[in-house]
Design a protein around this ligand. Structure first.
Ligand code: ARG
Length: 461
């Protein structure tokens, strides 16, 4: 079998090693449905501009649909000598329709075809990814109700910093993933331009109607410059980057929960059916899924790096190097989708170890900053208050007690004007209640944010 692209100029068959080296059917068969959708729209346009007859169009459409069904049902034979999905579908058409099949490639090239198919595929991948991200956000927001009122240390430098409501934690992740959703939708908008009709690189002398094809395929218009089209892989890189951000967010969350599930932290119990055991240590319950979410982020970063490197030295316009874009992006999409699919049930199924958390909540003097702010409200300059609280913390550390366990004399030694009311802001519970600023962990703020998120995600209260 020879490729329809190997025309009269060749007299020798392609070397077998070259066939094997250059094929892309082993991965681009995934584009079949998009290739067929684009071909049907292209053929309908050829009919409308008078380059195909009604009868020819209808034979082409019916046969393409038949081929689509066969591929779907696994009844279509792939052969690396036909290189890619575009050639397979066209060759099957020619085998079945003869000269009518030979007309489909009128006014187009594989360069604009592959770009169109891939854009359509990316568009679907973006829409499906968005649904997965929403499912994860939903899991976090649902937890806010389950874990209502629970206070947890928040950290900087992995040192206890200030107390927060755990819902504040969950919504922090929702915000990150919301930005990823925004990036996905930006990427979709920029990518959603029709390449078809740019032909090889310069356009065509045939009277095609690009706008018609674009409209039928639900693109927001045509890509303006034919020379740009065949080299443009911005949409692939942009999506690879957005997926990398999603993976990075998942990875930090996974790392946090791995820490939280240790005996040392003991904040969270992971659902047992999402953990694995050790072949030698009978007591082990390991967070492998979280570790792999963190680990798989490496390949998503690697894919982005590969893609950036792939295009960096390519002059206009198409180069075969570009064929290497698909395995990288497919892998990023598959990997991030798989991570999201496991992250959501993990978030749902985990249990906070409320007692273990609250037992140690007064450790670490997390009320120190609130105490300082209380002093500021009493007219003490911030730098002075910062110093005084530092002295008080040193005293507490020395005695191995919490700030609220210091005596009034201790406080008055720091500043003679301090009175009994100081105890109203001490202790983690009081510290959390003291917050007021917008976007803070103030209970009112958090409750408002939870409400907003529930509304945004269409959850009923
Ligand atoms: N298999 C090729 C790819 O995926 C199709 C485009 C080939 N174009 C060309 N001018 N050889 O990139």
């Amino acid at each position: 079998m020879t490729s329809p692209a190997r025309g009269g100029v060749f007299s020798k068959a392609t070397d077998e090693r070259v066939v094997r080296f250059t094929e892309s059917i082993s991965f681009d068969s995934r584009l079949y449905a998009h290739d067929i959708a684009a071909s049907v729209s292209h053929a309908r346009m050829l009919l409308d501009v008078g380059l195909l007859s009604k009868n020819e169009f209808s034979q082409i459409e019916t046969t393409l649909r038949k081929i689509e069904q066969e591929i779907e049902q696994g009844q279509f034979a792939f052969d690396e000598r036909l290189e890619d999905i575009h050639m397979h579908i066209e060759q099957a058409l020619i085998e079945r329709l003869g000269d009518v099949g030979r007309k489909l490639h009128t006014g187009r090239s594989r360069n604009d075809q592959v770009s169109t198919d891939f854009r359509l595929w990316c568009r679907d991948a973006i829409d499906e990814m968005d649904i997965r991200i929403i499912a994860l956000q939903t899991a976090f927001v649902e937890r806010c109700e389950i874990d209502e009122g629970v206070i947890l240390p928040a950290y900087t430098h992995l040192q206890r910093a200030q107390p927060v409501l755990v819902a504040h934690y969950w919504l922090a992740y929702c915000e990150k993933f919301e930005r990823d959703r925004g990036r996905l939708s930006d990427c979709r908008r920029r990518s959603n331009k029709c390449s078809l009709g740019a032909a090889a690189l310069a356009g065509t002398s045939l009277p095609i109607d690009r706008q018609q094809v674009a409209t039928e395929l639900k693109f927001d218009g045509v890509a303006n410059n034919s020379l740009d089209v065949s080299s443009d892989r911005d949409f692939v890189l942009e999506l690879a980057f957005v997926l990398t951000m999603v993976a990075e967010h998942l990875s930090s969350w996974a790392e946090e929960w791995i820490l939280w599930s240790t005996v040392e932290f003991n904040y969270i119990g992971l659902p047992e059916h999402f953990c694995t055991g050790s072949s030698i240590m009978p007591q082990k319950i390991n967070p492998d899924v979280l570790e792999l979410i963190r680990g798989k982020t490496a390949r998503v970063v690697g894919n982005l790096t590969s893609l950036l490197t792939l295009i960096k030295g390519l002059p206009l316009a198409y180069h075969r190097d570009l064929q290497e874009d698909k395995p990288r992006l497919f892998d990023s999409v598959d990997t991030v989708a798989a991570c999201l699919d496991l992250a959501a049930p993990l978030v749902q199924g985990a249990q906070l170890k409320r007692e273990a958390i609250s037992e140690r909540l007064e450790q670490g003097h997390m009320d120190a900053t609130t105490l300082m702010e209380w002093m500021i409200q009493r007219g003490i300059p911030q730098r002075t208050a910062h110093h005084l609280v530092g002295v008080l913390v040193a005293k507490a550390l020395d005695r191995g007690v919490a700030l609220r366990e210091l005596s009034l004399e201790d406080f008055q030694q720091a500043d003679a004007d301090l009175d009994e009311q100081v105890y109203e802001v001490l202790g983690v519970e009081n510290a959390v209640q003291a917050f007021v600023s917008q976007g803070s962990t103030a209970p009112r703020e958090v409750a408002g944010q939870v409400r907003l998120w529930r509304e945004r995600l269409g959850l009923v209260s």
